[in-house]
Design a protein. Structure first.
Length: 344
């Protein structure tokens, strides 16, 4: 259930907050409304996206990256209990809770426990009753309840009938052959060490050396963007060039990856609104470039087709100082095959 929370004026000038992107800051504030009175909640990017960004063009993966950004700046802590992820808002003591309710999520694991994990029953209705009843021999725990793995086996004695059952007889028929192993997916370049190094080195080429980003081995967040489908040359590198123009340097790879993802997402939304493919076309190979001569230079065929298409829609839109005289005029350097194709 959502709760009313307060924002202190010091929030806006906090060094930790200012290191985060604007969307991550808004997410941080939104988490307060849906965290319990102890500042904790289940880490479900899909649900958090629906709660805080219901009408925005974000994905669950985008929300997860923002949460990782908040965690990198020590604004939230992420922990695991019973194979389920949770997050806790740090500095929660500034929230004034008049009538606090019992927490609905487990506490972070005890760092002094042997296995680094505990099983908690806080806020889980019926769980403590089942454990007490099982200890008294009244009944076993209800189906679907996960109790502490360290509980004594005597709490759940094996049924007497099961102890008297003889072992199952060996089957007479020959066991069926196991199904053939599935063909492993092809190895992508970004999943190889050489591909990882190439992506990291390409990023370092674009970024200012004065930012002092650490060795390429820490570039995992940016390489992960490639694994998730972002194109290195047409999306990530242009976004990095935009980020490199900002006055405040970015010192960590996770924050850099989040800034890149935000810019690529905005670019894809803009292209979709224009009726174009969300991803920009791949740059042409050198042998595919059409040289218009000096001083105009070389262009890809797709670019020249756009010039011709716009010219046919509006002859005044032709930009002569970029590609030379317009079609039909003396000195036009656009290949005839492109003009014929567009005319057809």
């Amino acid at each position: 259930m959502a709760r009313i929370r307060t924002i202190k004026p010091e929030f806006w000038t906090s060094a930790q907050v200012m290191e985060c992107s604007p969307n991550a800051r808004l997410l941080f504030i939104g988490l307060w409304n849906f965290a319990d009175d102890a500042g904790r909640m289940a880490l479900s990017p899909k649900r958090i996206k629906a709660q805080i960004y219901p009408s925005d063009d974000f994905t669950a993966a985008d929300v997860r990256r923002m949460i990782d950004e908040l965690a990198a700046n020590d604004l939230v802590s992420v922990y695991v209990v019973d194979d389920e992820e949770f997050l806790a808002v740090t500095g929660w003591h500034h929230q004034k809770i008049d009538r606090p309710q019992d927490p609905r999520t487990p506490e972070p694991p005890d760092g002094h426990s042997p296995n680094g994990r505990r099983t908690f029953g806080v806020g889980r209705e019926g769980k403590g009753k089942d454990l007490k009843a099982a200890a008294n021999g009244a009944h076993p725990p209800r189906e679907g309840r996960t109790l502490n793995a360290a509980a004594p086996a005597a709490l759940y004695p094996e049924p007497a009938d099961a102890r008297r059952q003889p072992p199952p007889a060996e089957p007479d028929h020959e066991e069926a052959a196991p199904p053939p192993a599935a063909t492993p997916p092809p190895v992508r370049e970004c999943d190889t060490a050489a591909g990882f190094d190439r992506i990291a080195a390409r990023c370092r080429e674009v970024l200012p050396a004065t930012w002092g980003l650490r060795v390429e081995a820490d570039a995992r967040p940016v390489v992960q963007l490639v694994r998730e489908g972002l194109d290195l040359e047409t999306e990530i590198v242009p976004a990095l060039r935009e980020v490199a123009c900002r006055r405040t340097p970015i010192r960590t790879w996770p924050l850099l990856a989040n800034a890149v993802a935000e810019r690529v997402m905005a670019q894809r939304s803009a292209r979709t609104a224009q009726g174009l493919s969300p991803k920009p076309p791949a740059p042409p190979r050198p042998e595919e470039m059409i040289d218009l001569g000096s001083p105009y230079g070389a262009y890809g065929e797709a670019v020249l087709r756009v010039f011709v298409e716009k010219f046919r829609a509006d002859p005044t839109a032709w930009i002569e100082h970029l590609v030379g005289p317009a079609p039909g005029r003396p000195g036009c350097r656009i290949p005839a095959r492109l003009l014929l194709t567009e005319a057809a």
